[in-house]
Write a protein that binds this ligand. Structure first.
Ligand SMILES: Cc1ncc(COP(=O)(O)O)c(C=O)c1O
Length: 423
């Protein structure tokens, strides 16, 4: 393989029998590439966290909804969440059944709540107002309620979802009002859920929040609510700084702690229901990269820029959250280069914030190089857009046979204009 910097993907045989430059030639640039074996491995890390019979991995589909990936995730024994009619539809397309889909939404219409209740075993609402609306639309139905445990965690303020400074969940202090609405609409209050935020690398806040939800669940059981599901949410982090040797979450230690917490509680309370965790990123981030082409390089004063076709319309996380993605560089007849220079990698969108990687110490990037932004499988394609009327990229999956196949074609100009009413 022609490479200047590819130790990470080489070490995990990410491209199987394929070569990233050839993939770009065959399928075009930019291009999302996924690896099935890595996806399966991450699913197994999670399903292996606890052997409690009620333990389930409820994959949070917002991270990546490609049906080919969803099918693999389902085949690994995971169930799935949906937070919009679109996610629900695509989960169904991938084969998830009503019993396997939990709808976890906020601030939605009466029609959406009705559709969710008609198509999903569990529907979670996250405010008193939404509970009221749900009850009006679905009297007597099963409902799950999202509580806010007062604990938040995450890699950016924008992804912390627990605590008072966020819009999510019902304050447990409001239980009397919840009870009143549930009783008035004769709802079956069968589940509780929470999600404290995204990308924790230390287990403590998650474990603390689990205990808070279990204490609430205990109270609800004692009040006679037949809880079938207790869902602790997602947020499990993975290392984005691979080239700096960032450690992984210790899944053995985390699994021991989660398993002990669940099993002891279930035994003490004689609880036979299910326990969900709801990870998105951990499942899919590492099995995906986005490849792009360097079309121009330049110096602006002391700053060196590498201009690529990976605008924030292709990978939004760096622009949205100042998120870090490691970079690899592939070059025809290239060889590993240990000399590094500070470079800023940018995209092709008309905004000065269109920056993928700022002042990164990397081997000198040249015109014609193909680069990979690693760990782009979560919140990658699903956050892509057509701003500047750029077309969204294709996606390929490298199967367990090591060969790549197309799982989403590149958009066309016709896709771009399909919803227009031309006069
Ligand atoms: C309700 C809910 N569950 C699960 C997730 C998945 O989070 P992560 O991808 O960090 O695991 C999210 C992310 O926003 C969420 O809002």
């Amino acid at each position: 393989m022609a490479n200047v910097r590819s130790e990470y993907t080489d070490s995990v045989n990410f491209y199987g029998q394929e070569d990233p430059r050839e993939l770009v030639e065959r399928f075009g640039s930019p291009l999302y590439v996924y690896n099935e074996d890595m996806l399966r491995a991450r699913c197994r890390d999670l399903t292996g966290l606890s052997s409690h019979p009620g333990f389930r991995v409820n994959y949070s589909a917002k991270a990546n909804t490609n049906p080919s990936l969803l099918k693999i995730i389902r085949s690994e024994g995971c169930v799935v969440d949906a937070m919009s009619p679109g996610e629900l539809h695509i989960n169904q397309l991938a084969g998830f059944t009503r019993e396997e889909i939990t709808y976890v939404c906020n601030n939605v219409s009466a029609e959406e709540l009705k559709n969710a209740s008609d198509n999903c075993d569990m529907v979670s609402v996250d405010s008193l107002a939404q509970l009221e609306l749900f009850g009006k639309m679905n009297p007597g139905a099963r409902v799950m309620i999202r509580f806010n445990p007062g604990i938040g965690a995450g890699h950016s303020e924008k992804v912390v979802t627990g605590g008072k400074k966020t819009k999510f969940g019902v304050d447990p202090e409001m239980l009397p009002q919840v009870q009143e609405i549930v009783a008035r609409h004769q709802l079956q209050f069968v589940g509780v859920n929470q999600h404290i935020g995204s990308l924790f690398m230390e287990a403590a806040p998650y474990l603390d929040a689990m205990k808070v939800l279990l204490a609430l669940a205990e109270k609800l059981l004692s009040l006679g609510y037949p809880l079938e599901v207790i869902d602790f949410g997602g947020g499990f982090g993975m290392p984005y700084h691979k080239y700096e040797g960032q450690p992984r979450l210790d899944m053995t230690e985390l699994g021991n702690a989660i398993h002990a917490c669940l099993s002891e509680w279930a035994e003490a309370k004689n609880y036979n229901g299910r326990f969900f965790i709801e990870p998105g990123r951990y499942v899919v981030a590492e099995c995906g990269v986005v490849l792009g082409t360097v079309y121009a390089t330049k110096n602006n004063g002391p700053h060196r820029y590498a201009g690529t076709d990976i605008g924030f319309t292709v990978l939004a996380r760096p622009m949205l959250y100042d998120a870090f993605h490691d970079v690899e560089i592939y070059r025809e007849n290239g060889k590993p280069d240990t000399e590094v220079v500070a470079q800023t990698i940018v995209g092709n969108i008309c905004e000065s914030g269109d920056i993928l990687a700022k002042d990164r110490l990397l081997p000198l990037i040249e015109q014609g190089d193909v680069i990979a932004m690693l760990d782009a499988g979560a919140y990658g394609w699903v956050m892509s857009s057509t701003y500047n009327h750029r077309l969204r990229p294709a996606e390929v999956l490298i199967g367990s046979d090591g060969k790549a196949r197309l799982v989403r074609r590149r958009e066309t100009l016709d896709d771009l204009t399909a919803s227009l009413v031309l006069e």
